[in-house]
Design a protein around this ligand. Structure first.
Ligand code: GUN
Ligand code: ZN
Length: 443
């Protein structure tokens, strides 16, 4: 091993990370695992990883090693679709998508005109992400540019790799929440100039969904993407059957929901469409052809009664899929709980979601979906050291159940089924500890 810097850190625990999609290489070839692993972190990056006994032979004898017995280290989770302004309205009762938006979401989002409020919520939100082991997310703001400034400022202060954007919305919403094609273009552009590529931050052009944007506004979104080729595009697609019927009424010229976005040149390798629950084969083909991504949001799809996401269909079309919590329609910040619900969504369709596929969706699959797999989603040397320590003994039931587990995949499955924020012992971003469960006090 090369000479280590004096600031290098060493961690010892079980370690796992995905190296490829199980749908492409098979389950056994999709991951690396060290039962007793050692990982060296230097200057915010993973410098080395391997079997502890082997690596200890080469380490300086006075090197401090942080040991986590009964724990599993994995890459930080990646949430490919979430709304930070909806933190305070999670678990709102009784409605499906369109009424839920009108009755709960729009009134809540109006409060983000106040930049101080936006800043408070951004900090609560980021703390919640880190408590749940999520180190990168693709995030909706509100229509107010100050909501996005607040979010990026809070993310920058914690040195997190985050993607966010200002909602573009110029119709079918309360007046206090609408912009215009011109103002949305101008405000987005100013935010892009201020934040995109600053440290670990990226900008996503964010038209809310087709029904709340005019043709002119969707054209402005396309214009921004052409002007800055490495921007993201983030929106909703084919979530709810009433929504789909409404899009057909609003855009009679276009050949369906996806075609509206396609017409305005919003598809591409950095475009992320949340949900995609009701896509037809032609739409899947077009998504694959343009290398666009779908964010699978199981807790949201169940909570709003939207429908069951067809993951095997996406695999058959070779569509990139990430996992999204979609808080506040989603009911948990926990990617472990999101995987628990994903498993059930698949069971209802007679499909088994294997824990190695789940690990992939939550980490490397999300990173690939966001074109960030050269940086995050893995523990491979060279990766940014965004990682989590998960505790197999975080509750009496988990601890007891783990004692019966006979294999790695069984332990992983139990973690993903019973686990939630309580399973996240510690979270690291760029090699710095940014959350410790032990140090937490609830107020
Ligand atoms: N479609 C348009 N806006 C939203 C939103 O805020 N949440 C969800 N789940 N779907 C949407
Ligand atoms: Zn959403």
């Amino acid at each position: 091993m090369k000479q280590l810097q004096p600031t290098a850190q060493a961690y010892r625990a079980s370690m796992i990370y995905s190296i490829a999609d199980p749908a492409e290489v098979g389950l056994e070839e999709s991951y690396r695992y060290f039962d007793d692993g050692l990982m060296i972190v230097e200057e915010g990056r993973i410098a080395a990883i391997g079997d502890a006994e082997e690596m200890l032979k080469d380490l300086p004898s006075d090197m401090q090693i942080t040991h986590y017995p009964g724990a599993l280290i994995a890459p930080g989770f990646i949430d490919t679709h979430i709304h930070f302004p909806q933190t305070g309205m999670i678990a709102s009762y009784g409605e499906q998508l369109l009424d839920w938006l009108n009755n709960y979401t729009f009134p809540t989002e109006q409060n983000f005109e106040d930049g101080e409020h936006a800043s408070d919520v951004a900090n609560i939100f980021l703390t919640e992400l880190l408590r749940n082991g999520t180190t990168t997310a693709l995030v909706f703001g509100t229509v107010h540019p100050q909501s996005v400034d607040a979010f990026f400022e809070a993310s920058e202060a914690r040195n997190l790799r985050m993607i966010a954007g200002k909602v573009m919305m110029d119709r079918n919403a309360p007046e206090a929440l609408t912009d215009t094609p011109e103002s949305s273009y101008r405000d987005s552009k100013a935010l892009i100039e201020r934040w995109h590529g600053k440290g670990r931050l990226h900008y996503a052009v964010t038209p809310r969904f087709a029904p709340t944007s005019s043709d002119e506004q969707l054209a402005a979104a396309g214009q921004l993407l052409r002007e800055y080729p490495d921007l993201y595009m983030h929106t909703h697609l084919s979530e709810n059957t009433n929504e789909i019927a409404w899009v057909k009424e609003l855009f009679p010229e276009q050949n369906g929901y996806l075609d509206v976005y396609d017409h305005f040149e919003l598809l591409g390798e950095r475009s992320v469409f949340a949900h995609g629950v009701h896509l037809c084969d032609d739409e899947c083909k077009r998504i694959a052809e343009t290398d666009s991504t779908i964010a699978f949001c199981p807790t949201s799809n169940l909570f709003l009664g939207s429908g069951l996401f067809n993951l095997p269909k996406m695999e058959a079309h070779k569509i990139k899929v990430g996992l999204g919590t979609d808080v506040g329609a989603g009911t948990s910040f926990s990617i472990l709980q999101t995987l628990n619900e994903a498993y059930k969504v698949m069971q209802l369709q007679g499909v088994k979601l294997h824990p190695f596929k789940s690990l992939y969706l939550a980490t490397l699959g999300g990173a690939k979906a966001l074109k960030l797999d050269d940086k995050i989603g893995s523990l491979e040397p060279g990766s940014e050291a965004d990682f989590i320590v998960m505790d197999y003994n975080c509750t009496p039931l988990m601890s007891y159940r783990m004692k019966q587990a006979k294999s790695l995949e069984e332990r992983l499955f139990v973690l993903m089924t019973l686990g939630d924020d309580r399973a996240i012992k510690e979270t690291f971003a760029m090699g710095e500890s940014v959350y410790q469960r032990e140090a937490e006090s609830v107020s």
